[in-house]
Design a binder for this molecule. Sequence first.
Ligand SMILES: [Zn+2]
Ligand SMILES: [Zn+2]
Ligand SMILES: [Zn+2]
Length: 282
Amino acid sequence: MIRGVCLCGAVEYQFTAPFTMMMHCHCSMCRKHHGAVFATFVAAPYSAFRWVRGEDAIAKYKSSEHGVRMYCRQCGSVAPTLMPEAGLAIAPAGNLDGDPGIRPQGHMFVGSKAAWYTITDSLPQHAAMPQEYGGGMGVARPAVAQREGVADGSCLCGEVAYEVRAPVRMYHCHCSRCRRARSAAHTTNMFSSIADFAFTRGEQLVTQYKVPEALRFGVAFCTRCGGKVPRVSRERGTVVVPVGALDTDPGMRPQANIFVASKAPWFDITDTLPQFAEMPPS
Ligand SMILES: [Zn+2]
Ligand SMILES: [Zn+2]
Ligand SMILES: [Zn+2]
């Protein structure tokens, strides 16, 4: 039995049969909803899925004519998508506990991949949805013009937008909180000072969730769509930006993998960046 749980613990579910599929998705909707450079999903037969609790804690956002995006309204973690007609239950692998007994089989929607992320493994790459999963091209987003020295970002529904200047560092973080918060293999965060960051619209839609037992760890997301947005920490004077949700190139590239001692058992790090068991020395 494999358990999945959101960051705050309100939403919990179980799978009682082996997973039949595990894929990385680079589509812009996943990148914005998760706040990660890619999302990873597992699928199992619908009959193998059970809610433990929190079905009523889930918010839904209709992201396209066919797609509905589910997330915990308290912490923003992405929740499972159930497709009883197709006999399938799909869950974000980042929220699973332990080893799911399956490994990623490929990348999809690499045609919409973030330019500031490079795929370094040797898994098959599909430009869109592979034919065996129904095909399809996804939803094109309006292009945002690149501005000199500025990275622009927005949430999934587009109501929240922001701009970042002068980022100071960018890390892939594999800690268990980041994996749950982003519902992904790892997060990729960029840090800047508050002075170099501004919400340009929709700030009133942003909510923050802080893990009660954590010193500082928290997430920020759009309450309308669940899309992850930068988290402003007034006490530290910094902003943590989910790089996967950006619309334009931040001009910086990931510099290290951190907290690799707690990385997901199903994810292999294949890039050549420095690795730190926890935080890198400052
Ligand atoms: Zn939650
Ligand atoms: Zn996707
Ligand atoms: Zn939104």
